[in-house]
Design a protein. Structure first.
Length: 268
């Protein structure tokens, strides 16, 4: 529809195209570098930010960059009301373990044995990535000892990456989590897109879609920054709404008024 109207070879403001074309914001570069750092030194990394700032986007690119013959990736998307059993069953499933009617202590022991075997026998490095980790219950976090306490806490066998919203940071700041907190070697907070990054993001995405003219007027980028709240997800939705409204109004360029109309249609 509007892609044809604007001479776009594709819609570059969708999830699928975002994966194909990587935009390296400051958050992206800082986070990817820290992911690889924590992977090398092993330990726990904490990455937090408001919703829509691109946390899962960075995780996808990090996982895709890893050699699956060297790294054993365990990806968990935390769910609300997930139980301790549910959490460790997911890890067990990734490791090919049958929890069956095992007691909790047996599940923990089997997980540690298999992780040790993967490292020492298979010569692979396990990496556990937990997305939406702010949804983990306090009980799950208190049982994290299973993932880092090997051989009387003398060996680090795996990397744990916690990614979630600021609530996670607040929870981990409590004294009850002191043991886990002391093992956090990297602590990064997402800042979102800067004013210049918003403009560069839109321009480079349009170039990727073979748009060869200034589709957005200069002042429209200021409005996109102000209304996107530094969120790549919200920016994508805003731009798509702008293009739809521009198409409906037979406009070949997008101005500030269209951006504000698009913003008003999105807000509830």
């Amino acid at each position: 529809m509007y892609t044809t109207y604007y001479g776009m070879s594709c819609n570059p403001f969708t999830k699928n195209e975002s994966i194909k074309y990587r935009f390296e914001s400051n958050d992206f570069r800082q986070c990817i570098n820290r992911f690889h750092y924590i992977k090398e030194i092993k330990g726990v990394g904490l990455f937090t930010g408001e919703t829509g700032l691109g946390k899962t986007y960075v995780i996808r690119h990090f996982i895709n960059s890893l050699n699956k013959d060297i790294y054993k990736i365990i990806y968990i998307s935390a769910q609300k009301n997930m139980s301790v059993f549910d959490f460790f069953k997911i890890i067990s499933d990734y490791l090919g373990l049958d929890v069956g009617a095992c007691y909790k202590s047996d599940i923990y022991s089997n997980i540690q044995k298999e992780i040790r075997r993967i490292v020492l026998h298979d010569r692979m490095q396990p990496i556990i990535i937990i997305d939406d980790a702010h949804l983990l219950t306090r009980e799950i976090l208190l049982n994290f000892k299973v993932l880092y306490d090997f051989e009387m806490d003398s060996v680090d066998y795996l990397t744990v990456i916690l990614v979630g919203q600021p609530d996670l940071r607040q929870e981990l700041s409590k004294n009850i989590h002191i043991a886990l907190k002391q093992r956090i070697l990297v602590n990064y907070t997402f800042e979102g897109l800067s004013r210049e990054e918003v403009k560069n993001y839109v321009i480079t995405r349009l170039e990727y879609a073979n748009v060869e003219y200034e589709l957005f007027q200069p002042e429209a980028y200021h409005a996109l920054y102000a209304t996107s709240k530094s969120s790549p997800r919200r920016l994508n939705n805003l731009v798509n709404n702008c293009l739809m409204l521009g198409y409906q109004n037979n406009l070949k360029t997008i101005d500030t008024d269209i951006v504000m109309d698009a913003k008003n249609e999105m807000d509830i």
